[in-house]
Design a binder for this molecule. Structure first.
Ligand SMILES: O=C(O)c1ccccc1NCC(=O)[C@H](O)[C@H](O)COP(=O)(O)O
Length: 202
């Protein structure tokens, strides 16, 4: 069986990017959604992404931003992958792919349950209602509509609960932000290490 894919989202310092890579993550995320406590600019992301080895994905996270702006930011930052949290139309993902980016469509659990097949992206991420909010959703709801293909579980995961969540929901991968922070928006090297190690025990 393939190991669970791990994405650490909302990184903003070289120290925590390096820690995530050393811990063995598959992807690091940089948030460009206005209003986020993890917001960074394209030039900062470019400096951080330059530290990341080629086998680790660099993901730009956007919410309700025009596709031209998304492409300009992700290109300037030199990222491999774009994750959209709403506001996109059905053509957005095709356009991002045509420009050479891998894509992730993030859906909150309610939207997913209403439209489970609404995923023209390469991957699906199923999240709680408020992205980056550190709140869990009831993964038992997924039993009614088990996701097919590659999908990431997100929403309120942390080093203490992630192994049980992986055993219960069997996602292809997990995504975390708040659960590896010492305070809102501030990532912790120790919690990143603990999270990755907990996923590996699942
Ligand atoms: O992290 C944010 O602040 C954010 C803001 C707007 C759109 C998306 C955002 N984050 C997306 C992520 O991929 C988070 O890691 C995911 O929602 C899980 O967050 P958390 O519940 O805090 O672990």
């Amino acid at each position: 069986m393939r190991p669970t894919y791990i994405k650490i989202c909302g990184l903003s310092t070289a120290e925590t990017v390096d820690a995530a890579i050393r811990a063995g993550v598959d992807a690091v995320g940089f948030v460009f959604a206005p209003g986020s406590p993890r917001l960074i600019d394209a030039d900062t992301a470019r400096t951080l992404a330059a530290r990341v080895p080629a086998q680790v994905e660099t993901v730009g996270v956007f919410r309700a931003q025009p596709v031209d702006e998304v492409l300009a930011t992700a290109s300037r930052a030199g990222l491999t992958t774009i994750q959209l949290h709403g506001g996109e139309d059905e053509n957005s993902f095709e356009r991002l792919r045509a420009e050479g980016f891998r894509t992730i469509r993030a859906l909150d659990i309610s939207t997913y349950l209403e439209r489970p097949d609404a995923s023209p992206a390469d991957r699906l991420l199923i999240d709680a209602i408020e992205p980056g909010g550190g709140k869990r959703f009831d993964t038992g709801l997924l039993q009614a509509r088990p996701p097919g293909g590659f999908w990431l579980l997100a929403g309120g995961l942390d080093p203490d609960n992630v192994a049980a969540a992986v055993r219960a929901a069997r996602p292809s991968g997990v995504d975390v932000s708040s659960g590896v922070e010492s305070s809102r928006g501030v990532k912790s090297v120790e919690l990143i290490r603990a999270f990755v190690s907990a996923v590996r025990t699942a």
